[in-house]
Ligand binder design. Sequence first.
Ligand code: SAM
Length: 279
Amino acid sequence: MDIKSVMKKYGIKADKRLGQHFLADERPIAAMLEAARLSPEDCVLEIGPGIGVLTEKLCQRAKKVVAVEKDRNLIPVLESMTGIFENVCIIEEDVLKLDLELLKKRYFMSDFKVVANLPYYITSPIIMKLVNHRRLVKLAVIMVQKEVARRLSALPGGKDYGVLSVAVQLYADVDMVCEVGRDAFVPPPKVDSAVVRIVFKSEPRVKLEDEDAFFKVVEAAFGQRRKILRNSLKSGLALCGISPEKIDNALEKAGIDPARRGETLSIEEFAKLSALLRY
Ligand code: SAM
């Protein structure tokens, strides 16, 4: 049954406040499944299953699927759409409140993959939650706004490279899987979308003595993108009690030209700089 018929049959009206744009095109679904490299041994968390188009396919490929949906109205539809599968568990919950440690213990007993067409209004908090639980999550294949996909996978030097790129790439390899047009969804969103794959690393890209200090430097460097690095750091770190002299010394010792823009620094350079600024 196609999406519109399912929605009609169950009297579903998409709730835009919950970011409901259901996938109606098989191609991005196939691309997501392939990118997730699913095997019959895999456990999968699906965030926001909607009316279950992706859920069904995940159940056919994985050992166990837990689908977490906030919208109570969709639960009976999901249960009916996935009724023939014994390896699925539908949970009515806000993903941001979900205890991922407990989820692992209760349902999976192992680390798991995340496959999801995300509700865009909470894209960043969901991604940061996955980053913070990276020891539980093997990889995530997620549909996000195209602009966010670019930021997630951006390399130093471009306008898309920012705090989100650094925060995710410090702990993961990110690659763009495919771009997806608005017509792939019912109803179509106002923005284009893309699928990205985030593969978490067992160790961060660089070793950090002090993560907070690292992110203070990153945030300061990107805080005023039009300024040269030296000036953004000076204004961004003044409140942390770091003097302009200390910043000049650290830049010199790290071999980083103070006239560069913050957005040209690699994660390794940020790490070097933040280590020097701590002392
Ligand atoms: N997976 C479906 C698909 O691809 O057709 C639906 C994706 S739709 C973009 C996002 C889904 O996330 C909706 O079903 C929405 O109700 C659900 N959702 C929104 N906020 C949520 C939250 N905080 N926790 C869990 N699910 C949420």
